[in-house]
Design a binder for this molecule. Sequence first.
Ligand code: MRU
Length: 396
Amino acid sequence: MVLQAIQYEPASASSPPTLRILDQLLLPHRTAYEAIANCEEAHAAIKQMKVRGAPAIAIVAALALAVEIGVAAVTGKLATSPDEVREQISQRLDYLKTSRPTAVNLGDAVGKLKIVAKKAALQSGATAGSVAQAYIVAAERMLVDDVSDNKAIGEHGARWIEENTAAGRQRRGDKTCGLQVLTHCNTGSLATAGYGTALGVIRSLKAADMLTRAYCTETRPYNQGSRLTAYELVHDEVPATLITDSMACALLAREGNRLAAIVVGADRVAANGDTANKIGTYSLAVLARHHGVKFLVAAPRTTIDLTTASGKDIVIEERAPEEVTRIKGPKVTVDGEVQVDEAAQVISIAATGIDVWNPAFDVTPAELIDGVITEVGVVEKTAGKFDFQPIFQHPS
Ligand code: MRU
């Protein structure tokens, strides 16, 4: 079975495009896809985190509008002039952008898709249909490009780790030495169109026969690590160990730089390299520096936001207190059997009445980041500073 967060069928002669998302609230115990027929459904699914992960959110938003437009075209409900279609696209994209604030990929996709619609409307001989079609083609392209970008990130990351870490150099001298990597949150097939970013690096290390063990953190409070990353690692038969977030320190104390690197994803990398990612990332970066372990961010260029000067300018989403005070999952019998088919239980795990602060992300200062792995190569600091301009001039 291929792990797919997003299932999209382009339009055929007889039917408009369709979009389904894997409901990640039900994972790892249930695999259920949900149809997304319009932007309202996509907005709700993103806000509720049925689909999550910076690239996946952007792609689902883009494709939901493709479906909406595709259906309008075949049912004769598309606006009549090219400019009206462009305006509708722009308004719907602005609405989708309000679903979650921190990941820049959604805003980046919105900006690029608006330009596509604008250019198509300005073409000589443009029609309502040609603007709609140009939008749909561009949205579909995002789905395809994300997978190839992630594979390139995986390869660049695996090579960098082999060449630039103590464990990697040891391995180059002795091929029997394998590499261990720690990751946080979920950055895999479930967070992207496929393969993943930081988890893509782990997949590439495994494919190159270099990986002996991946460690994944539980990632409280939403547990993307224990529910989603652990699920992907088990699915791909990657030798892997789950730890709670508070065990990372003990792991680094035990392994030191026998752990090759900590590799995480990103929701927004500011122009100076400060990186917003899942809450808990910053603590891991501090730990890595203390223990002399390399700390890497893996993200496509769409996650690098040159318009945001530093981490101070990144809006951090704060989520509901219930994510901290309650947990949800299937019942387990006294014999340890998971009751997958029964409705999930919600259990209170905190004192009623306590105030809760639940930021979904934190910002890791650039100073603590050794490299940003992108689809066109690994950006390292020069004289203590990141400069991302050259990777945007890259020919690809
Ligand atoms: O709140 P989430 O689950 O959407 O947060 C996900 C993360 O923080 C990921 O690390 C990030 O989006 C990169 S996914 C390739």
